[in-house]
Design a protein around this ligand. Structure first.
Ligand code: ADP
Ligand code: MG
Length: 248
């Protein structure tokens, strides 16, 4: 299939303490699509993203990217991580580096760009996320929303093929969620392939091509936002959506 990006084949992840985080998941994720993964806490969403980025090694099963098995020992992990950008709940910026150095760093050390070329790319990205004037600030001088926009810019500096987001707005004060979602919306419009774990159902409704519902390490349902929100097949999907949309 030419536009397949990841083919996940009977994937399981069992941690050393016996916790089954992913339980026999098979999925095909296509290029230029936006996937939103939802499900209760502990259902395996983060672990699934982390295996796609090879931060976790699967226990069983395989993940193919462009028909290559990325779970093989011989697969170049560092090269893979250049192609797969990841944004975390807690930003993970380097605290001792300015904003500009944070965005330059991987370009210089991984892509071997010289500092002028890296800076040019970084300034363009800072403009894209609306934070050019913060280029010489340190992360602790920024709000949470600003830090997350910088983290997105840093991931984009590698020109990734796909961006993984793990609850990118969950650590933010409510008034800062919009500015991060707005940067993500612009990425959707640029055609970026995105796999987003989020509880922001407005984002999911508006931008997901497909919603993937997880529970207890399994994908229990997947479909368009229309189907998942209006006519979910699984009672557990309906119950989860109710808990998020009408917590009272
Ligand atoms: P989610 O992101 O959906 O909240 P996670 O993928 O973080 O779920 O976790 C899935 C399950 O795996 C949970 O039961 C969690 O406690 C467990 N888990 C996650 N990371 C580890 C780890 N490093 N060691 C042991 N158990 C883990
Ligand atoms: Mg998680």
């Amino acid at each position: 299939m030419p536009n397949s990006l990841f083919k996940i084949d009977h994937l399981s992840k069992v941690f050393s303490d016996g916790t089954v985080a992913i339980d026999d998941v098979s999925l095909e994720l296509k290029k230029n699509q936006v996937y939103v993964i939802i499900g209760p806490s502990g259902s395996g969403k983060s672990t699934l993203l982390r295996t796609l980025n090879l931060m976790e090694k699967p226990t069983h099963g395989h993940i193919f990217k462009d028909d290559q098995d990325i779970t093989l020992k011989s697969y170049p992990i560092e090269k893979h991580r250049e192609r797969v950008g990841m944004v975390f709940q807690n930003f993970n910026l380097f605290p001792h580096m300015t904003v500009l150095d944070n965005i330059n760093s991987a370009q210089i050390h991984v892509l071997k760009r010289d500092i002028q070329a890296a800076t040019q790319v970084s300034l363009g990205l800072l403009e894209q996320v609306g934070l050019l004037e913060k280029k010489n600030h340190y992360p602790n001088q920024l709000s949470g929303g600003q830090k997350q926009r910088i983290a997105i810019a840093r991931a984009l500096s590698m020109h990734p093929e796909v961006m993984l987001f793990d609850e990118p707005t969950s650590a933010l004060d409510p008034e800062m969620i919009g500015e991060v979602l707005s940067v993500m919306k612009n990425l959707v419009h640029s055609g970026m392939t995105m796999i987003v774990v989020t509880h922001e159902m407005g984002f999911a409704k508006a931008f997901a091509d497909e919603i993937i519902v997880m529970d207890k390490g399994k994908v229990i349902e997947q479909g368009t936002p229309e189907v998942i929100f209006n006519t979910p097949k699984e009672p557990r999907t309906a119950a989860f959506l109710k808990s998020v949309l009408n917590p009272l």
